[in-house]
Design a protein around this ligand. Structure first.
Ligand code: SAH
Length: 359
């Protein structure tokens, strides 16, 4: 953990993953009433199977398939040590209360606690039991980074946790951290593709994807794999970056919105974005139950400014420059993330559901 020049308890400079844009929404039949739901709304409608195309096929500047996977792996191999050095083991946004405490100025925010709060708020949103002894005991962490969530969940629930990532360096580091934290028998990590998971059907009572969905070039396959490995009655939690839901009558984003997203994409190895409503349709099409979504964009607003501040410290700058070009390119587009959120085209979404038990 390091402190920024401005006194913020902080992380590093580059965040691993931004999607490249091409709206999935335009290729899916509009589902009446599937605009972004509030935190308390449960979608139980079953839509017809949406006609999805493989996202990422036509993205601007980002190759799909093996090239994309290779790019993502290299990006994380390169940038993860720098991120860990400045921000620590969690490679995801923090969750910040909308009404900050009177005493908390931007320099007084503990961003690492906000990242833990993100995990806790996600569990709460998905209605997992408050009592850890009643919680999940077999968890998969899809797109695990260096395993921060896995180790946290493993400790909280006494659960077995398997993490997968495309980055060999991340998997290795995640295993080393598990061993050094006395969790080697509980949390383990391997290199594997989320779209072809090396796990049997019906395996996990919690399927966790914290900010990895935006990397997936085929959202339909992604969602189907999450559902396949979930145990009947198991919970699926997807926390991810989306573009805004399309309005009635729209079949694409506005050109200026696409431009922002494409600029972001070009600096990362990212496929197409989709909307929260698209995820809902996909989950409905495979008969998931208790589908719930929320827009947490306002709750994550302090995150990117903090990441940029940390990048501008001596430690941040040396980390970025010594990591390599991919890291530097990522750092340079970070202000566009703030712009995207402010203009409402980027949404930070949580989507949860349950796999039905057989009748
Ligand atoms: N969930 C972690 C890391 C988020 S960064 C955390 O919150 O700390 C995104 C992660 O998704 C990286 O580990 C990256 O390797 C992984 N990822 C992206 N595409 C993937 C894919 N197709 N299969 C497996 N992992 C993937």
């Amino acid at each position: 953990m390091s402190c920024l020049a401005v006194g913020v308890v902080v992380h590093q400079s580059l965040r691993p993953a931004l999607p490249c844009y091409r709206p999935l929404s335009s290729s899916l039949p509009r589902l009446i009433g599937t605009k972004m739901r509030s935190a308390s709304t449960t979608a139980t409608n079953r839509g017809s199977t949406p006609r999805t195309r493989s996202l990422g096929r036509e993205t601007d500047g980002v190759a799909a398939g093996d090239d994309l996977s290779k790019g993502i792996a290299e990006f994380y191999d390169e940038s993860s040590p720098a991120w860990e050095g400045v921000w620590g083991e969690h490679m995801h946004h923090g969750f910040y209360p909308l009404q900050p405490q009177p005493s908390s100025s931007s320099s007084g925010i503990d961003h690492r606690s906000a990242q833990i709060r993100m995990i806790e708020e996600s569990l709460r949103f998905a209605s997992l039991p408050e009592d850890p002894s009643q919680g999940p005991k077999n968890i998969v962490d899809v797109g695990c980074g260096i395993g921060g969530s896995s180790r946290y969940l493993s400790r909280k629930y006494g659960a077995r946790c398997r993490g997968i990532t495309l980055s060999p360096l991340q998997a290795q580091r995640a295993n080393a951290l598990a061993a050094s934290q006395g969790l080697a028998d509980k949390a383990s990590f391997l290199v594997a593709n989320a779209l072809e998971q090396p796990f049997p059907d019906d395996e996990f009572d919690l399927v966790w994807s914290m900010e990895s969905g935006e990397h997936m070039p085929d959202k339909e396959k992604f969602v189907k794999e999450l559902a396949r490995v979930a145990a009947p009655g198991g919970t699926i939690i997807i926390v991810t970056w989306c573009h805004r839901d399309l309005l009635p009558g729209e079949d694409s984003l506005q050109p200026w919105e696409t431009q922002i997203l494409n600029k972001i994409c070009k600096s990362f190895y990212l496929p197409a974005w989709c909307s929260t409503a698209d995820y809902v349709k996909l989950l409905q099409s495979i008969s998931m139950e208790d589908i719930k979504t929320a827009d947490w964009s306002d709750n994550v607003a302090p995150f990117w400014p903090a990441v940029i501040r940390s990048a501008l410290t001596w430690k941040g700058l040396t980390s970025v420059f010594s990591s390599g070009m991919k890291t530097l390119k990522g750092a340079l587009v970070m202000p566009l993330m703030i712009q995207g959120y402010k203009k409402g085209v980027i949404k930070f979404a949580i989507i949860t559901c349950r796999k039905p038990k057989p009748q």
